[in-house]
Every structure is written in C-alpha cells, then in structure tokens.
Write a protein that binds this ligand. Structure first.
Ligand SMILES: [Ca+2]
Length: 410
C-alpha cells in the first residue's frame, strides 16, 4: 500500500471510530437533554455543530498527512524514490567475498576466499552455504577467487570457479566447472589446470565474454618474466571454451593465451561495443586500466606507468604514484565501475572519454573487491576488510546494493 493510501485508510478508520462514538454519545446526550427539557431545535443545532467539527478535523488530518498542505517536498537523498533505498546491505558477517555473480532467477551467488560458495536468494537476507571447496589453499592472497555463471545456465546449471591449491609443495591455480542443481553443488570437470600460483599475484577473475567464451585473468605468480613467456599460463588473460578447449580463433596457435604481459589482473568488463577492459595491480603504484585486444602485449615487466616501447600496449589510464589496487569491474550505461582495495573506493570513468577515474564512497565501506550490476540495474559491491589488510567493522565483510543514481559519474 502506498503512503497516501495508508493515510486515507487511517482517516476512514478514525472517522468511523469517531462517528460510532458519536452515535453512542449523542444517544446518551439526547436522553440527558430530553430528560432535562432542552428543546429539540437546540439539540439539533448542537449535533450539527459537533458533526461539522468532526468532519473538519478529519479533513485537515487527511490533508496534512497526505502532504498536500506542505509546499516543501520531503527530504530525500538524491535518487531515493519510493521503495528504492540508496544503499542496502545484502549480506554481512562474511569472510573475504571475492566474486559476485547473478543466476537467471536473480539470486546472487558468491565465493568467499576461504573456500565457500554461497547464495542469497532474491529478496532473502540470509546467505545459504552451497558448498566448501576443500582443496582450496588460502596462503597469502590466494584461495577461492573467481566465479562465473555459464551463459546457458538455465539449461545446463553450470558454474565455474577459480582457486589456488597446493601440489608437491608448489602453489597452482585451476578453473573447475560445477553443476548447481537444487542447491546441490556437484564437481563436473577441471577446465584448466596448473596455472602458476604463489602467495601473491594469482589474478583470478573469470567471466564469460559476449562471444560465450570463458576469459580468465592470471597473475605473474611473483615471477615477472613469466608474463612475457607465451608458453606459460602466468601473467595472461586466457580464453577457453566452456569445456576448456582452445578456440580456433585464439591469437596464438594452440594456446589459451589471449593477451600477455600482465602483472596481477583482477577485473574484466565488456562495454556496449564488446570491447574488453581490464584492471591490473601495478608495481609500486602505477595501477592500470587496459583496453584488451587479442594477441596484445601489455608490457609487464618491460614497461610500467607512462613508459612506451614499440610492440607493447600502454594502459589507457594509470594511477601514477597513487595506489588503487583495482579489482572487480563492471559496466553500466557506458561507465566503467571498478572496486579498489587499497584505494578503498568505487572508481568510475566513461569509456567513451576515459579521463582520470573518479572515486565514490571513499573510506566508507573500506576495501572493495568486486562490483557487479544486478538484473535490477543496481550496483552490488563486496568488501574485503577481513583479508588481513583491512580494518574490519563487526558487520564485515559485506555485500552492499547501491542505487547507481547515488554515484556522481560526471
Ligand atoms: Ca601494463
């Protein structure tokens, strides 16, 4: 029921109570007056007067409560409309949520770095644990990282995860396909294995592109030269089919590598022209936003910041001496949103005219790991305050839903 409707309803009820009361009172009063020989004309006049007063009082109450008397509209935060909260916590008390994704039924599915896969059903406030990946190794920045939902999930129920594991004393990362049926998570197959891992620089973002192929960001595993080694899976953006096969259209023959020369990329997003943008942690600040082309070499460790070298593609934007530590990225209405860890803000810029990114919510939620756009066109962000580098508040970590009109992107 809308607010004015509620007020009218309240008014009608109140009037009914008043009138019922009045009927009883007037009957008793009538008897009293008749018994005391008051004239019927005077009695009628008093009745009319009291009823008029009641009607006038109800009218004024109705008028005021429906806001019609007020010349000033109620104070609202920008973009706040009825039923649209500017910010809303979707889940709290989480442990380092790393990747968010929506299922076709609009439930939100996410990973926690310790190995959990959880789901928040639409309009629910309680995340449900779907499963824990036992093989996950949470050393340093590694753990259960990326999550992707198959574009044909509705018919095949496939989701994909990226996680760090240990084998023979060494750290690796792998991409595994799972099937999710009736809240039951079943391991299906390993899509890509033996991606070099280390305590830091594991990359870990996975997303299906507009070409229905799976894109995977991998870090240099703290061995910078691997990023330039075409035979290594480290320091790359990889592209594979949903079953792990290498697409014939890949830029390097029989290789899952799509682009190379990356240090620690953690964000992928496509704009409305299907151009792929990537966020990447730079060395000693110099964080990067790159526009990715098939076969491109993005320079690490040969060039950083504004350095140029023939054959190497410089970033579209870089942070200079600032540190953003950019992670998840998403597009909405031509604006790229990216979540920042050290930067502790949600940054934005327009893809049409990329200028210096603008921070929003600086220090409000702490470290941010991922951002996605929901089926409702709201922005969903995940904090990362329990990753050992933040200052968590009791409700951390959180997933927060934000009305995009709250964010000044111009
Ligand atoms: Ca670069």
């Amino acid at each position: 029921m809308k607010l004015p409707e509620k007020n009218i309803f309240a008014c009608v009820i109140l009037s009914a109570i008043f009138l019922t009361g009045w009927t009883h009172t007037s009957a008793s009063l009538g008897n009293y007056l008749v018994n005391h020989s008051m004239s019927r004309l005077r009695l009628a006049l008093i009745s009319v007067l009291i009823v008029s007063l009641l009607v006038a009082a109800s009218g004024i109450f109705l008028w005021r409560s429906s806001g019609l008397l007020s010349t000033v509209s109620p104070e609202k935060a920008p973009g706040e409309e009825e039923g649209r909260l500017p910010q809303e916590t979707i889940a709290e008390g989480l442990s380092v949520p790393w990747a968010l994704a929506f299922l076709p039924d609009e439930s939100l599915i996410f990973t926690e770095r310790s190995g959990n896969i959880k789901l928040v059903a639409k309009d629910s406030e309680r995340p449900e644990l779907l499963g824990t990946i036992d093989q996950v190794e949470t050393a340093g920045e590694g753990g259960l990282l990326g999550l992707a939902v198959h574009p044909e999930y509705e018919s095949n129920h496939q989701i994909y995860i990226y996680y760090t594991y240990r084998e023979g004393g060494q750290l690796f990362n792998k991409v595994v396909q799972y099937k999710l049926e009736n809240s039951n998570l079943v391991r299906d197959k390993v899509v890509l294995d033996k991606i070099p891992g280390s305590a830091n620089h594991n990359g870990g973002r996975i997303k299906f592109g507009p070409d229905q192929l799976l894109y995977i960001t991998t870090g240099d595993a703290q061995e910078p030269e691997l990023a330039q080694d075409k035979s290594s899976l480290a320091g790359k953006i990889l592209r594979v089919k949903d079953n792990g096969d290498i697409p014939k259209s890949n830029p390097f023959n029989n290789s899952p590598a799509y682009s190379l020369g990356h240090r620690n990329p953690q964000g992928l997003a496509w704009d409305s022209m299907n151009r792929l943008w990537e966020t990447e942690h730079g060395s000693t600040a110099h964080d990067e936003i790159n526009l990715i082309k098939a076969g491109g070499n993005y320079g690490w460790p040969i060039i950083t910041g504004n350095e140029r070298r023939p054959g190497l593609t410089p970033p579209v934007i870089q942070s200079g001496s600032d540190t953003w530590a950019p992670s998840g990225a998403a597009f909405l209405d031509g604006t790229l949103y990216f979540a920042c860890l050290r930067g502790q803000a949600l940054f934005t810029f327009k893809a049409k005219n990329p200028g210096q990114p603008k921070p929003s919510f600086t220090n409000e939620f702490g470290r941010l790991r991922d951002v996605v756009v929901g089926p409702d066109n709201f922005i969903y962000i995940a904090t990362s305050n329990r990753d050992g580098r933040g200052r968590p508040v009791p409700s951390d970590d959180r997933i927060i839903k934000i009305d995009p009109s709250q964010i000044d992107v111009d």
